[in-house]
Ligand binder design. Structure first.
Ligand code: NAD
Length: 270
């Protein structure tokens, strides 16, 4: 079978792990063809790390050159990456899912044009149950995210409210509200809230609580879904990645699993 050409936009924590997987675990199925990053040092460092033949390209030429585009850069550009992929009918994996909220029409446009859009489950478990429950009536979806203070540092909501998480001494709820507001206030921390919203009842109705404590060492996501089917509760205790404490290891593993799934005709789960 011909290998699928992969192009990665964003050579940080997630981009690097996907690139390494293309060279190792998925090397028989995927060909890492091109990489792109706004930071020249990051992109050249990744090219050196993975070795072999991989081109450094700007975003547009990269999208043209590959079979599957992986966006692992920023919520500021994920919608425009998706838009360009739709225009020239390229499959795309979106990691900065928060950037798609409010732009759900793009997903409909992709579907109408037959463009494949992959949204990995990220650092949460339970999307399978949520999607199944969505076939019936859902009353509520609530996400409680617990992160160590360093995993929340610099979030726009905290800056605006003057909350210095490094000074927090005990378990504290720093945010409660809709997924829509959570994603705006914590664009690098709660992409999972956006994923849940898209798979379930939308960003206005999905509720989010963000909690921190100096005692936390893991990024924990608890999901509670209530509806006609009953009650579903999941809890995922994630190891934060070494290079970016905001990102959990399961997030890049879910992207790698998604890419592997794109090459398979048999898939287990939804
Ligand atoms: N879906 C999920 O569950 C999930 C989980 C964790 C992180 N994320 C999101 O995935 C993205 C990548 O996460 P990460 O941990 O690898 O972040 P990172 O900060 O380690 O890496 C991001 C990289 O993207 C580059 N970049 C930023 N803006 C760019 C642009 N306009 N054009 C090209 N490159 C650009 C940066 O220079 C950096 O190298 C982030 O948006 C993050 O919020 C999603």
């Amino acid at each position: 079978m011909k290998k699928l050409k992969i192009g990665i936009i964003g050579c940080g924590t997630i981009g690097r792990e996907i690139a390494l997987a293309c060279r190792k675990k998925l090397s028989g199925k995927l060909d890492l063809a091109a990489v792109c990053d706004a930071d020249r040092h990051k992109v050249t460092a990744l090219k050196e790390t993975v070795g072999g033949r991989v081109r450094i390209l700007d975003m547009d030429p990269l999208i043209k050159a590959v079979d599957i585009v992986v966006e692992a850069a920023s919520a500021k550009i994920s919608a425009s990456v998706l838009e360009r992929c739709i225009d020239i009918r390229k499959s795309v994996v979106i990691m900065s899912v928060g950037g798609l909220l409010g732009k759900e029409a793009l997903l409909k446009k992709a579907a109408s044009k037959g463009v494949k859009v992959y949204i990995p489950s990220g650092a949460i478990c339970g999307l399978d149950g949520l999607k199944s429950a969505s076939a019936g009536k859902i009353d509520s979806v609530t996400l409680t995210t617990r992160k160590p203070p360093r995993g929340l540092q610099g979030a726009p909501y905290l800056v605006k409210k003057g909350i210095d998480v490094s000074k927090i001494k005990e378990e504290t709820v720093v945010f409660q509200g809709s997924a829509e507001d959570a994603v705006k206030g914590f664009p690098q921390n709660v992409n999972v809230a956006a994923v849940l919203s898209l798979a379930g009842i939308g960003a206005k109705k999905t509720r989010v609580r963000i909690v921190t404590s100096p005692g936390y060492t893991k990024n924990i996501h608890e999901i509670e879904i209530a509806g006609d089917c009953g009650r579903i509760m999941t809890r995922t205790e994630n190891v934060p990645s070494k290079t970016n404490p905001k990102t959990s290891a399961l997030a890049f593993l879910s992207a790698i699993a998604t890419l592997e799934g794109a090459t398979k005709s048999v898939r287990i789960g939804t």
